[in-house]
Design a protein around this ligand. Structure first.
Ligand code: ATP
Ligand code: MG
Length: 580
């Protein structure tokens, strides 16, 4: 440690809020270069390398490793339309001749073209390729250090098959490999059904590590095992449709000054009571007027209908509309669309595109705006009185909402996305012309899968899941060193000599040792740093050395034991190899 390139920080750095980020900075594992852009110091880089090695070992069993450039030409991304669709997230640059270039955010296009270049016959399939490569995304909100960076290391793989069964098999092989990788890393995970938005395609699952600091929210059903990212969860909500025949024709009623859900409910209660029960916010359909902006910059109005007792869930609607973005209509937008009566908007107002939340069942009856000032409609039935232009997931989902599969009660959790597997289908192969000759000599378009794991993110996830108040607590498999050897007490020559010798013996047995040989530190400072840095076993050479003893401390359990100095190297070797 006297020569190790690192320094610890005593105080929590102001730039960090999340525990893993704070501890990785404090322990000298990483340093910030720019927002979302980090340097790894030796300790951090070792953890990184160990994660990478586990990923590589498992991937080598199912795919071939190759390496593509990170600096890429524009054209392939033009063909897939992602040059435009990716919008502000792409780092774009020009070469000296003025050609547009980009730093790869993900590599579907380039892999597809490479396979097209190299393969021409069905005999070369099935094929799975992977790389471990830096990715560049100008994230809107880089966060928590390497958890969400703008430069990050990803293992990305791509499968190429000639038919759907082949793709299903490649997908299953990746799924199994991912489970082995996360198991070996000692990470909890839930495989959730995911939104396939950006990529199109059919099956898609994310592996989420449950964590309070995660940005993803997901629901699980303890009864049937259903698990879905909230963005993709088609939760039926509390609203079930009344049979159409029993609902009288829709009726327009005066609701003067009732431009909000609460005031509509109050007004109906006074002037048009139901008889069976009081009116509720959930009886109303709330129509939200939005402006949707496509990646090319065009803006079009959109109305989204959600149950009146629910709020709009930004993230769910964002995922649905991606790559377009949205904002609420401003007063100016309302002036530009005089057919929209603010506060009294109904479905299908004057030809504006209307999407209905999937919670709203066909055949259900609603109170909603009449598209006239101061008036609402009562008894408007979906499918009888109006048809939406499509369905959308926009209303907020709540703990306890019914499971879409079994109607059990959903639980809601937060998680960090570790990896993502996608059955892409033929979208990229078709766009980029990847077809090969089959047995009869006829061209067939290849079907693809795309699979990613965030390696640099996992450094942060492991730190997040393995720490206590005193610092990091690395699992053995990814710890930067097996042992942390330190001298406690006033270190006379003999004690530090014993520590040096023990460290050398352990190294000779193939263990990695972090030896605290820094001069002029108190025992307290050394213990503090050992806890902060988080090697799994701490070996203390102290007063016991005179009696031929050293003490070991398990960083995770705090368990201490004394062992004989002359047997220590052997004992430590077997301890490390048993638990690795
Ligand atoms: P997110 O929803 O977190 O932005 P994504 O859907 O954009 O993720 P993919 O494009 O599927 O992610 O990327 C594959 C993997 O790369 C993710 O599962 C994640 O582990 C990792 N990853 C994605 N974005 C980042 C980032 N900005 N920093 C670090 N790792 C990332
Ligand atoms: Mg992303």
């Amino acid at each position: 440690m006297s020569s190790l390139f690192f320094s610890t920080l005593r105080e929590d750095p102001v730039e960090a809020e999340v525990p893993s980020h704070i501890l990785l900075l404090r322990g000298g594992y990483i340093r910030r270069c720019a927002p979302g852009i980090y340097s790894f110091l030796p300790l951090g880089w070792r953890v990184h390398a160990k994660i990478e090695a586990i990923v590589r070992e498992e991937m080598d069993l199912i795919a071939q490793e190759i390496h593509l450039p990170a600096l890429l030409p524009r054209e392939p991304y033009e063909l897939s339309n992602r040059w435009t669709e990716y919008g502000d997230e792409i780092f774009r640059l020009k070469d000296r001749k003025g050609n547009d270039m980009l730093l790869g955010p993900t590599h579907e296009e380039i892999f597809t073209l490479l396979v097209k270049d190299v393969c021409s016959s069905y005999r070369q399939f099935p094929l799975s390729l992977y790389q471990i490569q830096w990715k560049y995304r100008d994230e809107a909100r880089p966060r928590a250090g390497v958890l969400r960076g703008r430069e990050f290391l990803m293992k990305d793989s791509y499968s190429f098959d000639l038919d759907d069964e082949g793709l299903a098999a490649s997908y299953a092989a990746h799924r199994a490999a991912y489970m082995r990788i996360f198991d070996r890393l000692g990470l909890d995970y839930v495989a959730v059904h995911a939104h396939s938005g950006a990529m199109g395609g059919s099956a898609s699952e994310e592996f989420l590590c449950p964590s309070e600091v995660g940005e993803d929210r997901f629901v699980t059903c303890p009864k049937c095992g259903y698990a879905s990212n909230l963005e993709a969860a088609e939760v039926p909500g509390s609203t079930t449709g009344a049979p159409m025949v029993e609902v009288p024709p829709a009726q327009v009623v005066d609701t003067p000054g009732a431009g909000t859900i609460d005031s509509v409910v109050a007004c109906l209660e006074t002037h048009h009571p139901r008889g069976d029960r009081p009116w509720r916010a959930g009886d109303t359909l709330k129509n939200l007027a939005l402006m949707v902006r496509s990646p090319s910059g065009d803006e079009t109005p959109l109305i989204v209908g959600i149950p009146g007792d629910r709020e709009l869930d930004q993230r769910r609607l964002e995922a649905h509309l991606y790559p377009a973005t949205f904002r609420p209509m401003s007063d100016e937008d309302f002036s530009a669309h005089p057919e929209l009566v603010k506060g009294y908007i109904g479905p299908r107002a004057a030809g504006i595109r209307y999407l209905l939340d999937a919670m709203v069942q066909p055949g259900s009856s609603w109170v909603t705006g009449a598209n006239q000032p101061d008036r609402h409609v009562v008894g408007l039935v979906v499918g009888r009185d109006f048809e939406p232009d499509g369905s959308v997931l926009a209303a907020d989902v709540r703990e306890g909402d019914p499971c879409p599969r079994c109607r059990g009660e959903l639980r809601m959790q937060r998680g960090i996305e570790l990896g993502h597997i996608f059955a892409l289908g033929r979208k990229f192969a078709a766009a980029l012309g990847l077809a090969v000759l089959d047995q009869e000599g006829k061209p067939v378009t290849v079907t693809m899968g795309s699979y990613g794991i965030g390696i640099s993110r996992i450094v942060a996830v492991l730190a997040e899941k393995n720490h206590d108040d005193a610092g990091l607590v690395w699992p053995r498999r990814v710890a930067p060193a097996d042992l942390h050897v330190l001298v406690a007490g006033r270190s006379d020559g003999a004690t530090s000599e014993a520590a040096q010798r023990l460290a050398a013996e352990c190294s000779a047995r193939g263990l990695t040792v972090l030896l605290d040989d820094r001069p002029g530190l108190s025992a307290g400072e050394r213990f503090g740093d050992a806890d902060l840095l988080g090697m799994p076993t701490i070996v203390v050479c102290g007063r016991g050395v005179a009696r031929g003893l050293v003490e070991t401390k398990d960083r995770a359990t705090g368990e201490r034991s004394e062992i004989a100095l002359d047997e220590a190297a052997g004992r430590l070797e077997s301890l490390v190899s048993q638990r690795r």
